[in-house]
Design a protein around this ligand. Structure first.
Ligand SMILES: [Zn+2]
Length: 417
């Protein structure tokens, strides 16, 4: 089946190539002569592996439904494409086989679709991951759970070089992992999260690098997306409905289309068709945004009790002495204060900078080589929550930071007092 498709696409490719040669000679409209854009869609889990379980359904059913919809949208709305599924029915496929399928089909993009699950019903939202080493251990439970499926495979120890998905020491080898596709993977992951946040109105848990085995051996830009929490009743309800699945699938599809457009634009740039190097600067801008968001999120995860996954390996962050530049009072020893951080910059910003969106009264605190812009302190956590809520309409990533006697402390420590 795959062989036949390959043949068809090859013959299409050569005839298009021929046509484009002819068109040059006869000054006809040029015809796209490129190889089809191949997308491998990987609906997570399947067969004997149900994935995460909810009250009403299991992960493998949702990932398959969403995956098939994404493929259908691609085939009906994009030209010169080929969709490959790692599975299109309820079957068990080993993780390395999923990567093999993508590689053998010379895919341009690989997307593994999953649904998150957690022991508490509170967490919600979507996240996208690219292969790499964790910056924090906040996602370790998720990584373990998704990787643990290899233990259902025959000879898994041999196949995965004695990798034990439950043992943190096993993950050390990924410190050496480097991918030539990292930048493109990050770009695609950001597009997916942008669509899920804006179009699908999902809570955005961001883009991170994590050692997911299914992404390990793919040789093209690859992303794993967690489309929501099956353990959260509202999100399970959303994902179970046709409408919810359509919304998620449309978002992923739109991200794929934008990603390909981005590639086409930069090809045109290279060919000298467009003189503006817009695509590259857009790409760089997005990448900067990811890096900054990743950094802020890391801090947020380290300090926020409700977003951290209990049982993670994380040790408490070491308090850092802050250097408040334009502060009028010094807090007493042991005094708890809260601030809302709205942004961070490597350079100091003028009070009139557009980053502040016309709001005044923020203070710069120098920390870890960054100028962190925060509100003036408030004394109680409820005040901080209200302030954060108010500011988050203007500053999407705004979060609460706690201080004790002027020294930064984890938020849960401050709230507990
Ligand atoms: Zn999964």
């Amino acid at each position: 089946m795959a062989f036949q498709e390959e043949e068809i696409s090859l013959s299409l490719y050569s005839s298009c190539f021929l046509l484009s040669l002819i068109s040059k000679d006869f000054a006809l409209i040029p015809i796209r002569s490129r190889k089809p854009f191949v997308v491998t869609i990987d609906p997570g889990h399947g067969g004997k592996d149900p994935g995460a379980t909810g009250k009403k359904t299991v992960e493998k059913k949702l990932t398959l439904a969403i995956g098939l919809k994404v493929g259908h949208y691609i085939e009906s709305m994009m030209d010169n494409v080929k969709v490959v599924y790692t599975r299109s029915t309820d079957v068990f496929i080993p993780l390395d086989e999923r990567a093999n399928i993508a590689n053998q089909n010379r895919s341009d993009l690989f997307i593994s679709i999953h649904v998150d699950g957690f022991k508490s019903s509170t967490p919600k939202g979507t996240s996208s991951f690219v292969m790499g080493t964790s910056k924090t251990s906040v996602n370790f439970d998720l990584v373990k759970r998704e990787n643990r499926v290899i233990t259902l495979e025959d000879n898994y120890q041999e196949k995965y070089e004695n990798f034990d998905p439950n043992d943190p020491a096993s993950y050390i080898k990924f410190n050496l992992y480097q991918s030539v596709n990292l930048k493109q993977s990050l770009l695609f992951a950001t597009l997916v999260q942008d669509e899920l946040r804006v179009k699908a109105q999902r809570v955005d848990r961001g883009v991170s690098q994590e050692p997911f085995m299914v992404l390990w051996r793919t040789t093209m830009p690859s992303v794993l997306v967690e489309t929501g929490f099956i353990s959260n009743p509202q999100e399970e309800e959303f994902l179970i409905t046709e409408n919810g699945q359509n919304i998620i699938a449309t978002s992923i599809f739109t991200a794929i289309r934008k990603y390909r457009q981005d590639l086409d634009d930069s090809d045109e740039d290279k060919a000298g068709i467009s003189t503006a190097r817009q695509s590259d600067s857009f790409a760089q801008e997005r990448l900067n945004r990811i890096i900054e968001a990743e950094r802020i999120r890391t801090e947020q995860f380290q300090t926020e009790k409700d977003t951290a996954r209990p049982g993670s390996l994380e040790s408490k962050g070491t308090p850092v002495k802050v250097n408040v530049e334009n502060k009028n009072s010094t807090p007493k020893a042991g005094e708890i204060e809260f601030r809302i951080q709205i942004l961070a910059s490597t350079r100091p910003l003028a009070p009139s900078a557009p980053d502040f969106k016309g709001r005044k009264g923020f203070e710069a605190i120098k920390l870890d080589g960054y100028y962190k812009y925060m509100t003036r302190p408030v004394k109680t956590y409820p005040e901080a929550l209200a302030l954060r809520k108010e500011l988050s309409t203007l500053f999407k990533g705004a979060f609460i930071v706690a201080f004790k006697g002027g020294i930064r402390v984890p938020l849960n420590e401050a709230v507990g007092e």
